[in-house]
Design a protein around this ligand. Sequence first.
Ligand code: NI
Length: 401
Amino acid sequence: MGRTILNFEGQGERIKNEIIEMRRHLHRNPELSTKEFETSQFIQDKLKEYEIPFKKGYAKTGVLAVIKGGRPGGVVALRADIDALPINEKTNASFASEKEGIMHACGHDAHTSMLLGAGKLLNKKKKEIPGSILLVFQPAEENAPAGGSQPMMDDGVFDEYTPDVVYGQHVWPDLPAGKIGVREGVMMGASDRFYITFNGTGGHASMPHQTCDAITMGMSVINQLQTVVSRNVDPLEAGVLTIGKIEGGYRYNVIADTVTIEGTVRTLNKQTCETMKQRLYKIVKSGTEAMGGTADIDYIEGYPATVNTPEWAKQVRSSAQKILGHEATPDINPSLGGEDFSRFLLKYPGAFFWLGTMPEHGNPKQLHDPHFELDEKALPNGTEVMAQVAVDTLLRLEKCL
Ligand code: NI
């Protein structure tokens, strides 16, 4: 009986305007990681309006809402991140950010409103639902490496209800609007960062023999670091080493005593990550020693890789196809972007998936771009898939009880 009632095909479309309105409100009023106070209040007000009970204060601004089904069963958690980025918006949207230097350039405004929409749909059918559905509104996703998922778990977000399965969704500008991208196994990469200071000895530009030139030292190490991916990483594995910043020196006739660089290491598996890290340390050490200087390395491990449980990734695919059709889930490659949801997946089985939001005119601007925009017509789809995968998972768990 539950199966026909618990079908959300077309249900998102019916509350489309409401979802878009929420998204635009959040887009106008973005807040930075750990400071999502008004956003948190907005979420709480909506939950009150929808009559969904909730608790607040996880990782400061995080909110946990609980939809208790009318029948006993398992627990599924649906997560949305709620924070924005320190970016000055450069779109011409009528609902562009009203806060100077802060922008929802990663779609978390859409994630939040879709999860609220899914909560509304699910709550209406709660009598038929076997088990409980947790709506997890997570702050500080952009605040790597601390993030918001671990702080929420540390604050006991799953103490009362422990999820059997967790799901998270992210808008994806490279996928056609409304399509769902999901794969078994690794979905998003591990994201580490490093800061290196090269210490030499400064002096007069005309007397290099009395100095240890930090610029020459830095350049030689930077060139060597480019061999890590090309010579040390298995060509069938993914790895990126990018140096995004370099700083040093004073003027044309002074030999620099220090140079600092910063960069990132992205990988899809732990062993590649370890290999790259070890090579980085060796190259910096030998490169600086050869030039007569020293270096300080600050290597910070960021979010781990986001690895989907095959069983639940397949569930996302079949739930999406059920309501959006068989063409709804094109094959995708993993991304080397980092994602805080990975830490939920370290503790609980589940899956992270993408919602295509490519604008109709094509040529999508990437996440974190000041021109980033998304096609709002995808939002009902994302809402429906969240709701559908939650109940389908509970129905499946019920069979195993
Ligand atoms: Ni994001």
